[in-house]
Design a protein around this ligand. Structure first.
Ligand code: OSB
Ligand code: MG
Length: 371
């Protein structure tokens, strides 16, 4: 396949409600959206999950835009036989830049699947028709607000919640949610906020409140601290930010630093890498699940297709469209179905349509490559 053009849009979407993590509060999300068009008129979309600030990872909207504009997109348009695999091979010598690469790779997977008349799920080998999901809940202004939020999501049909925690927002909120919902499956995610000295304290409040999983309590490089927390724990220790490639995964597995793996397309550089890492984790007996980065419906569609693989055995952080943005970029929207699930779209490629009017309103800048 050869490309005719690439369009890189910078968009801004307003969240339904502010999302607070140990990094800070987000009220809206500024991100890049890539639209690739092939010579035979097929269109593929890829979303870049790099954020405005380098808090979750070192990449930002600006670094990704620089890489895409200066290197990846011009090179891609000059290439005669483009595919997810040739793109990956051509860019593997460039260190990092995984979110920028994933924007291209996911758009190429959308195109490759469309060229074969298959869905992204089918292209990846996924067979589930519905994927089990949960909901990630930001830090709230008060305990009462948190309990109310959780209750609302349970009424909506979500069956597991992931509470964002940080030092000072952990024991009390987790205990309050446990008391209000004795049977609920509770996960927590600290986004690296704890010092290495917090191991015993985390273990104590997590076990006292039957938390099922603790995600990334310590900094990205702190493999030993995660291994120590894992030893003898009654909860799973999940890694997110620490795992960016096969080396970091294999090292963490050898060190027994994880008992669950959050796989994000953007963090690892694309769908095919994410699938490869999930295979490695499963082979090592570590269950995997698909994480989210507050994507618009386009990025979430890619993630839902990824989650259709049988490799993923824990509920994903992929919620219904109405949990994220006032207006989503796609139609039909993702809605929560029976058993806390989202349906995997069946049409070709990502299987959802882009709403051009919403895209136009959200657009802050745009640049086209090729013709
Ligand atoms: O750590 O999982 C995370 C959102 C932005 C950045 C990091 C994370 C998250 C989430 C949201 O938890 C998950 C979602 O998209 O629903
Ligand atoms: Mg996380």
């Amino acid at each position: 396949m050869q490309l005719r053009s690439a369009r890189l849009d910078e968009l801004e979407l307003e969240l339904v409600e502010p999302f607070e993590t140990s990094f800070g509060v987000e009220k809206k999300r500024r991100f890049l959206l890539l639209r690739l068009e092939s010579r035979d008129g097929l269109v593929g979309y890829g979303e870049c999950v790099a954020a405005a600030e380098p808090l979750y990872s070192s990449e930002t909207v600006e670094t990704a835009r620089e890489m895409l504009t200066r290197r990846f997109l011009p090179d891609l348009l000059r290439t005669r036989a483009v595919s997810p695999a040739t793109f990956w091979a051509a860019t593997r010598r460039y260190r990092g830049q995984r979110m920028a690469k994933a924007a291209v790779e996911t758009a190429l997977v959308d195109l490759a699947a469309r060229a074969e008349g298959r869905s992204v799920a089918q292209w990846l080998g996924g067979r589930k028709r519905r994927v089990e999901v949960g909901v990630s809940i930001g830090i709230q202004p008060s305990i009462e607000a948190l309990v109310r939020r959780v209750r609302q999501y349970l009424e909506d049909g979500y069956r597991r919640v992931k509470l964002k925690v940080r030092p000072g927002w952990d024991v009390t909120p987790v205990r309050a949610v446990r008391r209000a919902f004795p049977e609920l499956e509770i996960w927590v995610d600290a986004n690296q906020a704890y010092p290495l000295t917090a191991i015993d304290r985390i273990r104590t409040w997590a076990e006292a409140n039957s938390v099922a999983q603790v995600e990334q309590p310590f900094p990205e490089r702190a493999i030993r601290a995660h291994a120590e927390l894992t030893r003898g724990a009654q909860f799973r220790v999940c890694l997110d930010e620490s795992i960016v490639d096969e080396v970091s995964l294999e090292d963490a597995i050898s060190a027994r630093a994880l008992t669950s793996l959050n796989l994000k397309t953007g963090r690892v550089g694309g769908l095919t890498v994410a699938r490869d890492l999930a295979r490695r984790a499963v082979r090592a007996g570590v269950p995997s699940w698909v994480g989210g980065m507050l994507e618009s419906g386009i990025g979430r569609a890619h993630n839902v297709h990824l989650a259709s693989l049988g490799l993923f055995t824990l509920p994903a952080d992929l919620s219904a469209s109405d949990r994220y943005y006032r207006e989503d970029l796609i139609e039909p929207p993702f809605v929560l179905g029976p058993g806390s699930t989202l349906e995997v779209p069946r049409g070709p490629g990502i299987g959802v349509e882009v709403r051009e009017s919403v895209l136009r309103r959200a657009r802050r800048a745009s640049r086209t490559f090729g013709r």
